[in-house]
Design a protein around this ligand. Structure first.
Ligand code: TPP
Length: 631
């Protein structure tokens, strides 16, 4: 049997791609899909988004002169085909592995990665900046943003379109429209973009107009004929072009995103003839070419390792405890059953944040606002002014977007909004764009806001309950992944405001871990005991307000303190403890203090446990820090 010739093998850079005849490109697309499926099945990653843009990626690199022409991928989760075509196919098996290539575009990884992305809706701003810089430098090369319809729901995308239309510089925006965000896309814009607008809605509008005109006895046949002929102009009027043209973009499309030949032809025309800002509307199928992902693109948006033949996830070797996310989702449902004031808000992540069940059970009190974290927070503030108790569930990394809204719209008015901050701490394989290691720092200084982090999933329940019942703004921050496997309850208890708990008494050193570091610190205290070191352990529970008395007492008793957090050191929990000790006059020469957490640098991707170990915030790291301090 002869082995099938690989086309991908011939391509080291897009220059090689451009030498191929167009007729070979569909076979190349098949090969790229197989490679993506194989690698994601082994390593996990963003499967459905990448499968949807294989032809689009080939066409873009075929027509445009990358890397001189700059290609900016919004979110960057769809860039695997781009990586395979731009010199990284030999390293592709290391995708998202520790020390391997990133799952997102990285300028330091390749000259073809024009801009680092990970958070959505930035691509038009960045590519407009690049286009402007090129214009200032007299550089004729092009700047191209590829943005999904989900990412188009983010306000920043519109801020950029607004400026781009005004500046009238050469800029190409490719709108990759698959009608999906992670879940089905939401909002009026999504309906507007949808092809249904050109079919069903236009017909209904026409029918209703005919009916209306018929109600006038003296309207003759002519007017109906005019109406019939005007169907096409109706369509033109109601297609998405209208929106973008109003923003002074030339609109091209909608075009079929899996036919390479027509994609190439369209791109070539745009490249040759267009002037000023152009939007190419491309229709794609998320998950294209892999049946399980096509059937269920939401589930296959981002996946762990799976079996290719069935699409089934490869089960973990040991059974893992329920995740913090699930505990959050279940808790909020139980609370909402008893309290009709509770509403839940997500920014395009109902599954990711654990709110799907809430959405099913309480559709009137559930709001998916699109990828719009800033709006989500201010919208919650509005709800809160009317006596609703909003719970805003957003990943830590994406909450960064909404800092001003948290300060200005919620905390300044002391409104009872609960922030459920998932993925606090390092998140693992998604890497630096997604690690949630700044939230303790950027939330800690805000007046009126109370901030908690649970040591386990049982405490998460009580903290959520306490947060929702608290008459002002409250945030609960919890990590990605499984809890510790503790027992859950059907009832919730209010945690007294600003009260920590002493978990273990000890005379030699005080361990002050926060959140998911409490259990490793307890384990460290057991390890230290074996070495003859008697460690006290406090679970502070609150980052703000700190349990000042409990902490100060035990600092005084032991004279040696180690703080431990899954957060940046600067401005984090440990900084708060130092401020407290300084205020209480306890920062004396005789006091030994060590703060464990992340140094002031961005943290690479890799398994969470590896990253904890590297930062010295796992059990052996904590033991070592104590030994160093006492040495
Ligand atoms: C600011 C921000 N919020 C949330 C996310 C999580 N997220 C990643 S991809 C995605 C959906 C993007 O949808 P779309 O742009 O249509 O791309 P598709 O996956 O459909 O190709 C979301 C919500 C993010 N990356 N950035």
């Amino acid at each position: 049997m002869t082995e099938e010739k690989s086309i991908l093998d011939l391509i080291n850079t897009p220059k090689d791609l451009r030498k191929l005849p167009v007729k070979d490109l569909p076979a190349l697309a098949d090969e790229i899909r197989r490679e993506i499926i194989k690698t994601v099945a082994a390593n996990g990653g963003h499967l459905a988004p990448c499968l949807g843009v294989v032809e689009l990626t080939i066409a873009l690199h075929y027509v445009f002169n990358t890397p001189d022409d700059k290609l900016i991928w919004d979110v960057g989760h769809q860039a695997y085909a781009h990586k395979l075509l731009t010199g990284r196919k030999d390293k592709f098996h290391t995708l998202r592995q520790y020390k391997g290539i990133s799952g997102f575009p990285k300028r330091e990884e390749s000259p073809y990665d024009a801009f680092d992305t990970g958070h959505s809706s930035t691509s038009i701003s960045a590519s407009l900046g690049i286009a402007l810089a090129k214009s200032l430098k007299g550089d004729p090369n092009r700047s191209i943003a590829v943005i999904g319809d989900g990412s188009m729901t983010g306000g920043m995308a519109f801020e950029a379109l607004n400026q781009a239309g005004h500046l009238d510089k050469d800029l190409i925006v490719v709108l990759n429209d698959n009608e999906m965000s992670i879940s089905p896309n939401v909002g009026a814009l999504s309906t507007f973009l949808s092809r249904k607008m050109t079919g069903k809605t236009v017909s209904r509008f026409k029918r209703e107009t005919e009916h209306f005109l018929k109600s006038f006895a003296n309207v003759g046949e002519n007017i109906f004929n005019v109406l019939k002929r005007s169907e096409e102009s109706f369509k033109a009027f109601f297609t998405p072009g209208m929106l973008f043209e109003a923003l002074k973009f030339e609109y091209v499309g909608p075009i079929q995103g899996h036919q390479i030949e027509s994609l190439i032809e369209t791109m070539q025309n745009v490249r040759k003839f267009s002037k000023g800002p152009v939007l190419i509307h491309v229709i794609t199928t998320k998950g294209k070419g892999y049946a399980p992902a096509e059937r269920n693109p939401g589930k296959y948006h981002g996946v762990g390792p799976f079996e290719i033949s069935t699409g089934k996830p490869i089960p973990a070797k040991e059974s893992t405890p329920v995740s913090y996310t699930k505990v959050f989702g279940d808790t909020i449902v139980k609370m909402a059953e008893n309290d009709p004031r509770i509403a839940a808000i997500t920014a395009a992540m109902p599954d990711g944040t654990g709110l799907s069940r809430f959405a099913e059970l309480f559709p009137d009190r559930f709001f998916d606002v699109g990828i719009a974290e800033q709006h989500a927070v201010t919208f919650a503030a509005g709800l809160a002014t009317e006596g609703i108790l909003p719970v805003v569930a957003i990943y830590s990394t994406f909450m960064q977007r909404a800092l001003d809204q948290i300060i200005h719209d919620v905390c300044l008015q002391n409104l009872p909004v609960t922030f459920a901050i998932d993925r606090g701490g390092v998140v693992g394989d998604d890497g630096p764009t997604h690690h949630g290691v700044f939230d303790l720092s950027f939330l800690r200084f805000i007046p009126n806001l109370i901030l908690m982090a649970p040591k386990d999933e049982r405490e998460l329940q009580d903290m959520l309950y306490s947060a929702v019942m608290y008459p002002g703004p409250a945030a609960v921050r919890y990590p990605r992944g499984a809890g510790v496997g503790c027992e859950l309850t059907d009832y919730f208890e209010k945690i007294p405001l600003g009260k920590g708990e002493l978990l273990r008494e000890g005379n030699d050193v005080l361990l002050l871990p926060i959140g998911n570091r409490v259990n490793p610190a307890l384990a460290a205290s057991t390890g230290l005991q074996k070495l003859g070191i008697d460690a006290a352990v406090i679970n502070p529970r609150f980052i703000t307000p700190l349990d000042a008395d409990l902490i100060s007492d035990w600092v005084e008793k032991t004279g040696v303190v180690v703080t431990i957090e899954d957060n940046a050191l600067k401005g984090g929990f440990g900084s708060g403890v130092l401020e407290l000790l300084s205020k209480r006059g306890l920062l004396k020469r005789s006091l030994k203090v060590k703060n464990l957490g992340y140094q002031n640098r961005f943290i690479e991707h890799g398994p969470q446990e590896t990253l904890y170990k590297n930062a010295g915030i796992d059990t052996p790291g904590i033991i070592q820090a104590v030994l160093d301090l006492l040495a």
